[in-house]
Design a protein around this ligand. Sequence first.
Ligand code: SF4
Ligand code: SF4
Length: 273
Amino acid sequence: MSIQETVKKKLSFFGGFVLTTKHLTRPRVTRQYPLEKKPKQPRQHGRHVLNRYEDGMEKCIGCELCAGVCPADCIYVRGLDNPPDHPVSPGERYGYVYEINYLRCIHCDMCVEACPTQAITESKLFEFSFTNRNDAIYTKAELVVDDNGMPQKLPWEDWREGEDLMISGWMRATSPAGNADFEGVTQWSGELGYGVRAAEGGQSGLRDDEATHTKPIREVLEGHLLAADIPAEHKGMKGRIWRAKISAERNKAKMQDLKQRRKDAKAAKKLAS
Ligand code: SF4
Ligand code: SF4
């Protein structure tokens, strides 16, 4: 065996460090949960809220459609005729009992889809736990939004900044029947504290990213499209370069985020000492 080969063999164990070394410079993907949280998706299905109209009236008309459609049988609703002198909802009836059992709910959102008045929607909050069964059954008093149209924050729930916004965000998709004429067309009523919410983008250019925080479906779900529907510049070598650029941009943003978080942590440590 030559000297070169001997040296190479002796140093071959360094090869095992290549992968480790590569990862030293890559952005860290783990977070110090629950101190640090990732931003949630616009259509996150969290715990429900009962919405009110802009004038403060409740949207629920006690029709029980949500209870009927719920596959987990976790909603209990009872409707009652509105008192003529102080109506609770603009309809004939209102929901005077409304309960959701979160020991059963699977957050499928079928109740949200079934509701004819957009009374029941979901917030982005999913971090809540209970120590007894009673706490797991949310009553109407807990579900209905407050006087500013915001969800009520119960003691065992871990709300963070922004999680109480966009509580009806996910249902604002347009063109429910697939008719492009209805894309971007608002088909829902206003909400207390927010007014009429902007339409979520469909597949056309009729969209408002600022208001809805959504991305064109073609950008997000290209992998699910038929080959004929994928733009030419996203195919073959061109596509590889395009993807590499996006990935590089994403990594750059992650690195910047990491640097910022380190900087913030240092500043917080300095303040504390
Ligand atoms: S999200 Fe699904 S399981 Fe939960 S209450 Fe609504 S319909 Fe029932
Ligand atoms: S939340 Fe909607 S579907 Fe359920 S009872 Fe009220 S109005 Fe009807």
